[in-house]
Write a protein of this length. Structure first.
Ligand SMILES: [Fe+2]
Ligand SMILES: [Fe+2]
Length: 180
């Protein structure tokens, strides 16, 4: 587990695993709405798309290692913050952003993509324990933890590392999405 966390986005991860990962998310990364997440600053120097890719990729690696549903983890992780407002400037109609954005993200994602039960749970439970009901699946726990891990890393450690992170993330995207 620690090895995976330390590998993050660098070359320690086998190329075939990166290719497998790309295949899992290729329809999502070619979607205009997913790509528009690049327009929103999420944590300091990182966009919402970068954050979602960080969470998705690490969750995929961990679930793959544990023999869990890594495809659902990759897809749910990529869509976990699928909302389209600046949370620093806009207050959602339905209340506090931290409580309500998981359900907004799930509604948005379900309108655009066909989601399985694990993916739905991943998206709507990713803020637990801030939100009340706990995750139902192991994959949801993985994504929930990776969301916090990546958020902390993006805010604290990698504030000046955007260029490196961006290049590494681009390596994960299908060729057609590389011009993000
Ligand atoms: Fe979130
Ligand atoms: Fe997040």
């Amino acid at each position: 587990m620690i090895e995976i966390m330390e590998a993050r986005f660098d070359e320690k991860v086998d190329l075939n695993i990166k290719i497998e990962y790309r295949k899992c998310i290729s329809d999502l990364t070619q979607n205009e709405m997913v790509r528009s997440l690049e327009e929103f600053t999420h944590h300091r120097n990182f966009t919402r798309l970068q954050h979602c890719l960080h969470v998705s990729y690490l969750s995929y690696l961990i679930c793959r290692k544990l023999g869990l549903d890594s495809q659902s983890a990759a897809r749910g992780g990529l869509l976990h913050d699928f909302y389209f407002y600046d949370s620093h400037a806009v207050k959602p109609d339905r209340g506090n952003h931290y409580f309500c954005h998981p359900s907004i993200a799930l509604e948005n994602a379900a309108r655009v993509f066909t989601l399985n039960e694990v993916e739905k749970d991943i998206i709507v439970k990713h803020m637990w324990p801030v939100t009340k009901s706990p995750p139902k699946y192991k994959e949801s726990y993985v994504v929930m933890m990776m969301d916090k891990y990546c958020a902390a890393g993006e805010v604290a450690k990698y504030g000046s590392g955007r260029a490196r992170s961006r290049q590494n993330l681009l390596d994960l995207l299908p060729q057609s999405a590389v011009n993000l």
